[in-house]
Design a protein around this ligand. Structure first.
Ligand code: ZN
Ligand code: ZN
Length: 291
């Protein structure tokens, strides 16, 4: 069984995210360590970092993931954009290190017309340079599977494998599997046979050992649409079965499974989606031992 949680707001400070996650009985959560729509951010203040560590112990939420800013594009063929992105990404990794967040999920980026090969090379070079500058970094970069909108990289398992192939220190890179994105990219997950085939392909091309986190989102758009629109669990084109397969797949026991589904300020939709997910793996009557 996955450790279930959601992307949670850090309004009021990163430590507040853990308080919010605990209120919904999450055992995992994803945060932004800075405003995701801005390039720069004030350094994390030591008191906030301290409170974050204390809250982590108090809430026992130990499956933490950060997501990088939407502005970052290390795949860009524009030198200035790529360097700006690389420095911003390095700062995000530094923030994760201070917060002891083990995973930073990143969209691989968009090649903007320069071609997949060029984009793949740029991303790997950026990661390699950061790794060289931060030889003791403990936070792992998780490249996220994408729906493949526009020139976005990460639509195919092969593209992610190609990036990882060029990363020198492979122990510091993994993959985040977004159910909505993978489905919109054209991988079927809705029946047992197709689910098994998609996971087999992932294993052969990337390796299941590199899969470190799931984003659990239903999809408003259909198989192969290449459009990234998240829906509530069971209310989109994906339906509930795909989630049941993932949640009950013992190969993924203990990995964080995070909702990124639409919600209002009170986050009540998370409660409903988490209940739906938990309900999918509730013991079936046939398995209950009776006298
Ligand atoms: Zn995602
Ligand atoms: Zn998405």
């Amino acid at each position: 069984m996955l450790e279930l949680g959601a992307h949670v707001s850090v309004a009021g400070g990163v430590d507040q995210a853990l308080t919010r996650a605990a209120a919904f009985e999450m055992t995992a959560c994803q945060i932004f360590t800075k405003n995701a729509n801005q390039w720069s951010a004030k350094p994390l203040d030591p008191a906030t970092v301290e409170r974050f560590h204390e809250q982590r112990v108090a809430t026992r939420i130990d499956h933490l993931v950060a997501h990088d800013s939407y502005l970052i594009n290390m795949a860009s063929s524009d030198d200035a954009m790529r360097e700006k992105s690389r420095l911003a990404f390095r700062d995000e990794l530094d923030r994760c290190e201070r917060l002891r967040v083990p995973y930073l999920v990143a969209h691989p980026g968009a090649h903007m017309g320069s071609g997949e090969e060029s984009g793949i090379r740029c991303v790997a070079e950026g990661i390699n340079q950061i790794h060289a500058e931060r030889p003791h970094g403990a936070t792992m970069v998780l490249l996220e599977t994408t729906a493949g909108q526009g020139t976005s990289l990460g639509r195919t398992f092969e593209e992610l494998a190609a990036i990882i192939d060029l990363v020198a220190d492979k122990a510091r890179v993994g993959v985040c599997f977004d159910t909505c994105h993978v489905f919109a990219a054209g991988y079927e997950l809705r029946d047992a046979e197709s689910y098994a085939a998609t996971m087999r392909a992932f294993d052969e091309i990337i390796g299941l050992g590199r899969l470190r986190a799931f984003h659990l989102n239903d999809s408003k758009k259909g198989l192969g649409s290449r459009v990234d629109r998240h829906a509530h669990i069971g209310e989109g084109e994906l339906g509930t079965e795909a989630f049941r397969f993932i949640l009950s797949d013992p190969r993924f026991d203990g990995l964080p499974g995070l909702l990124e589904t639409p919600k209002g300020d009170d986050g009540e939709e998370d409660r409903r989606n988490l209940a739906t997910l938990r309900g999918l793996v509730a013991k079936s009557p046939a398995l209950v031992v009776t006298a």
